[in-house]
Design a protein around this ligand. Sequence first.
Ligand code: DQA
Length: 139
Amino acid sequence: MKIQIINGPNLNLLGLREKDIYGDISFDDYFKELKSKFQNLDLYHYQSNVEGELINKIQEVGFSFDGIILNAAAYTHTSVGISDAVRGIKTPVIEVHISNTKSREEFRKKSFISPHAEGIIQGFGLYSYDLAILSLLKD
Ligand code: DQA
């Protein structure tokens, strides 16, 4: 089973950035743990701070992979382009957030991704990504 994790802007700073909200582990370290937990899966990780590059990656894997776990970060709340990309592909997309965006500022409550996502998991720290994988394994 091929699963692509796609992380958007500033998530390259995990472990350094706003640790009270996002924790103190880098995504690379967490991704190593994830790969050892789910050794039977083909897990890939891509991160970009650039909106068009995220769209390119969604299109690239969106007709052949079994699942996409997408944390579009700040673009979640602004990007019609990423929303259209998610809408246009065949691969199911699980929207993930580390923090509970519904309990934060008003502008984070809007998601352009949610209407086209298979499901949404948020607020469990990095464990949100574990839960997203488990959700893809359910059937
Ligand atoms: C985030 C929440 C977004 O509102 C924010 O812009 C991020 C990270 C999260 O994982 O909690 O950068 O997607």
